[in-house]
Design a protein around this ligand. Sequence first.
Ligand code: SF4
Length: 187
Amino acid sequence: MTIKLASELQPDSVVDGTGIRTVIWTQGCSHDCPGCHNPGTHDFNGGFEVDTDEVIEEIKGLEGQTGITFSGGDPFFQPEACAILAEAIHKCKMNVWCYTGFTFEELLKLCDTNKAVMDFLKEIDVLVDGRFVMALKSLNIKFRGSSNQRIIDVPKSLKAKKVIIFMSDDIDVDYNFGRYEKKGIYI
Ligand code: SF4
């Protein structure tokens, strides 16, 4: 099947999740967050179409990457294609991060009417969720644009049926600024 992307894959990012990552920039987003840093990715008619098989071949050829990060745009407007890619990424022994303007709770509700949303969620290791809120923007938070956004351990959260915050030595500093309690449960 095809996926709409905003640009070519971007390898060697160190700001879109832990480790060294390749970013897949999806095209299309209707959240319309004031102050969005990537307005060129909003138009659902913009970007370009590419076959997921082609993207998978490119992913297989990547070297020295810890994982892949889906960003955009909002990848959850194309959950079926993203789920196919994320499954292939895991087969290549890389982890999957995803940025979305939806909250985790909103995505769970969408699963009731769109099975592909759960298919994609099940292939995500870490989700950075929620709209960008200009008033909550901070340079003191790592991997997030505004402090309302949460870095979520998706497998644990799906199992627990509530949000469990992703814990990592790389992002300890977040918890000095975020609204989290010690056990990693969002409050
Ligand atoms: S969800 Fe992300 S891409 Fe979409 S408008 Fe908000 S900040 Fe921009």
